[in-house]
Design a protein. Structure first.
Length: 258
């Protein structure tokens, strides 16, 4: 645990000693705030228009009208901002030669990977924490609080963000160039994003169902709607585990090859 903590502190210091963390967090917060503002304004206008009709007024849902669109858009924002966080985690160490120095210390590969992953995960958690005033504002506007579906959405965002990060650190371990790392990360994440759209899972074809199960966005949809499905949690946990496991194998290969 001590080695993990040391790697963690080293990475956190780097993030906040350079513009990376500040730029990513500011960009994320501004774009999230814009989407939230637009969704809340649209919901307000729609509510006002439907006030005259009791039937439609009862069917207005703050979760589906505001938070579901915001969380869906937030997934796109994560796709934009997480690769810049993960691109340097190992690629920069390999390019500068400091990875060999780390290998000379009594530190296991898993300590290196977990320390770096936890440090980058802290940035993701911080980004989400900074958006928490949004639901308080929405609930104050609506006069009622529905924290269950909102927390489900936040859980989905966190799991998806950690999955993006885990894949990013794997690609960073495979590359010695940060630019290559970020470009490949965007490409692979987009591939996992669109898997479910290649063949309609509802077409009855087995390949369509398989691709649908592998699609990241397919497992995010229930969280966005305010629902928690064990299957979706297992998918993200396995995604994170497999990405980190493969990262360890890449580092082991690098250690043995020198």
């Amino acid at each position: 645990m001590r080695n993990i903590a040391e790697i963690y502190k080293r990475e956190i210091r780097f993030y906040f000693a350079t513009p990376i963390a500040y730029v990513v967090i500011i960009i994320f917060t501004i774009i999230f705030g814009f989407f939230f503002y637009r969704s809340l304004v649209y919901y307000s206008e729609l509510s006002y228009q439907l006030m005259q009709n009791a039937y439609y007024a009862q069917r207005i849902d703050l979760i589906m009208g505001v938070f579901s669109p915001v969380f869906s858009n937030n997934a796109i924002i994560f796709l934009m901002v997480i690769p810049p966080i993960s691109m340097r985690l190992i690629a920069e160490e390999k390019k500068s030669g400091t990875i060999e120095l780390l290998f000379t210390f009594p530190i296991k590969d898993i300590h290196i990977v977990l320390g770096k992953w936890l440090a980058a995960s802290t940035i993701i958690v911080l980004m989400l924490v900074l958006t928490l005033p949004a639901p308080f504002m929405a609930f104050k506007f609506a006069g009622a609080a529905e924290w269950g579906p909102v927390l489900a959405g936040y859980l989905g965002m966190l799991l998806m963000g950690l999955s993006f990060l885990s894949l990013g650190i794997l690609i960073s371990a495979l590359s010695e160039n940060q630019i290559v790392s970020i470009i490949v990360s965007y490409g692979v994440l987009l591939a996992f994003w669109f898997l479910g759209w290649i063949i309609d899972p509802g077409s009855g074809k087995t390949i369509g169902k398989v691709l649908g199960e592998l699609s990241i966005i397919g497992h995010l949809s229930n969280f966005v709607k305010g629902m928690i499905d064990t299957k979706d949690i297992i998918y993200f946990v396995l995604f994170i585990f497999m990405s980190l496991f493969l990262t360890l194998r890449v580092l082991e290969s690098k250690r043995w090859r020198g």
